[in-house]
Design a protein around this ligand. Structure first.
Ligand SMILES: [Zn+2]
Length: 271
């Protein structure tokens, strides 16, 4: 049985009267996106005209590129762009980071790290590396914020933290998920960035910058029989960012081609 609102099935969620428990909770306590928008915009208005008023965590994927466009063009804010290359970033994403910051005339701080051990360990066990990887990346970005005394880190995440787009990090730094209050549909995002120097890599899973995600999902699938991205994708369907049809395609088991496996091995992965 499948949830009538999102794409969860009995395999991944408890379903009661045709709705999964996540959708039932969502209907009972719906997030107030208008309030989220006001909270974010109040902060952004106060940042106008300052030097490095915030950091934009730039991954080179479509969402952070769109967040940067909104920041510069709509809110007239020039952030410091910070990118963390974990050694498994698609070449297109790296180009996007350089080209987009050049296009807007912004300063870029690129941090190079090597997450090979993390990926070998998690993917080797058939588990998702995503939470640990993004935590490590945000830690690097947070360090830059602390060093330069910058209070806000803007990201391109499209889902809120429950009922807010803003989260307190350690020591007074706040993270703002800029796209969350606006609920921009997938197709719409590509239209919005079509005039920017953005190249879309051909990847697996819901990503436009990460080379390891497809393989990680494939191994997880072998172990558990579904994609670990199901929660995120189901939430996107629930709040209207993705159609059920597209979402179902995204959570299918990826068939990672040999060339990509070879590329991952060249970068250090022992899988
Ligand atoms: Zn549901």
């Amino acid at each position: 049985m499948e949830c009538s609102l999102c794409i969860h099935t009995e395999k991944t969620r408890k379903i009661i009267d045709g709705l999964c428990i996540d959708c039932l909770t969502y209907k009972k306590y719906p997030p107030d996106f208008e309030r989220m928008k006001r909270e974010v915009e109040d902060i952004l208005k106060s940042l106008k005209g300052k030097k490095y008023p915030c950091i934009l965590a730039l991954s080179g994927g479509k969402d952070s590129v769109l967040a940067l466009k909104m920041l510069v063009e709509e809110f007239k804010i020039k952030p410091l762009c910070v990118a963390v290359n974990n050694k498994y970033m698609a070449d297109e994403a790296k180009d996007n980071i350089i080209n987009i910051t050049e296009y807007y005339g912004l300063d870029l701080f690129m941090i190079n790290r090597d997450f090979t051990d993390l990926f070998n360990e998690t993917i080797g066990r058939g588990e998702s590396p995503c939470r640990r990887c993004s935590r490590l990346i945000m830690r690097e970005v947070w360090r830059v914020a602390k060093r330069l005394n910058i209070k806000y880190i803007i990201t391109g995440h499209e889902l809120p933290f429950g009922h807010s787009a803003i989260r307190e990090m350690k020591e007074g730094v706040k993270m703002i998920r800029l796209l969350a209050p606006y609920r921009i549909k997938e197709e719409e995002k590509y239209k919005l960035i079509k005039d920017l120097p953005f190249k879309k890599p051909n990847l697996f899973g819901y990503t436009t910058n990460c080379l390891v995600l497809g393989l990680a999902i494939q191994r997880f699938y072998d172990k558990y029989g579904f994609s670990f991205e199901i929660d995120r994708i189901a939430t996107m369907v629930r709040i209207g960012l993705l159609s059920k049809e597209k979402a179902k395609k995204l959570v299918e088991k990826p068939k990672v081609p040999d060339e990509l496996i070879e590329e991952l091995k060249r970068r250090g992965l022992k899988i």
